[in-house]
Design a protein around this ligand. Structure first.
Ligand code: CIR
Length: 252
């Protein structure tokens, strides 16, 4: 797994609850979201990462989900072009921060792409084709990645927001996935999620610590059994807005 030294995060704004959601879990509470965001940043620091915190931008209620705005490798940051019009523009601030650290390439119209659809497995990138990421966006990303020596392939994702809403690569050839996406990992070891625990597909390996959302005991046990060092993270307010652990940071 890549070892990370930095993370960019953006705080939720007071209008966080006005973002896009399909979850039916009720309105998130701003103060609680902020608390959970601070705790998330502290956990990243504990994992050895310097955290660059951007202030909220109230033009974008979903702006804390920074993962969707770029794909970052050792050599390059490819800024995305969000597929939901309400999020278009979020990538600009992130591009200006990333430019201090990386070469910048960009996805351009008519391509759309959100970082939540991109799953890196060693030097290969799976690109989920969803309502947010189209074929044009996938092709653009693929050709930039190829320039830097990475391979990629597309996967169709139906009825799930982003590819990584339903699958995560844990490292060491282990995946966790909802049943519908388990085929992606057919030559690997896959933990297939129990009904009701689907949200825990979105896990995050940070420098060999495995961050998992709090409240999913079966997934937790299955991951512990694989020998990972687990850190449970309270995500209740972000879950209400369809966001998971990976969405809250851009790691590099
Ligand atoms: C959205 O619908 O765009 C946000 N409410 C949630 C984005 C979550 N991001 C992610 O899964 N990478």
């Amino acid at each position: 797994m890549p070892q990370y030294t930095k993370a960019i995060v953006r705080q939720p704004g007071k209008n966080f609850a006005d973002g896009i959601t399909t979850s039916n879990l009720g309105k998130p509470e701003y103060e609680k979201a902020l608390e959970q965001h601070n705790a998330y940043c502290e956990i990243l620091k504990r994992c050895g990462v310097e955290v660059i915190v951007l202030e909220a931008d109230e033009r974008y209620p979903d702006g804390c989900f920074v993962e969707d705005t770029a794909v970052v490798t050792k050599e390059v940051a490819i800024t995305s072009r969000p597929g939901n019009p309400a999020r278009l523009g979020e990538q600009e601030r992130l591009a200006s921060v990333l430019a201090d650290y990386k070469l910048i390439e960009s996805i351009v119209a008519p391509g759309t792409l959100e970082g939540g659809d991109i799953m890196r497995v060693e030097n290969h990138f799976y690109i989920g084709l969803t309502k947010r990421t189209n074929i044009d966006g996938a092709k653009q990303l693929s050709s930039v990645l190829e320039k830097y020596g990475y391979t990629s392939s597309t996967v169709s994702v139906n009825d799930i927001l982003h590819l990584k809403t339903g699958i995560a690569y844990l490292g060491n050839n282990n995946f966790i996935a909802v049943q519908e996406l388990a085929h992606i990992a057919q030559n690997s070891n896959v933990i297939i999620l129990n009904k009701g625990e689907e949200y825990s597909a979105n896990c995050l390996n940070v420098n060999d610590n495995l961050l998992i959302p709090k409240g999913f005991p079966k997934s937790k046990q299955n991951i512990v059994d694989l020998g990972y060092n687990i850190i449970e993270v309270e995500m209740s307010e972000y879950r209400k807005m369809d966001g998971g652990l990976t969405c809250l940071s851009l790691l590099f």
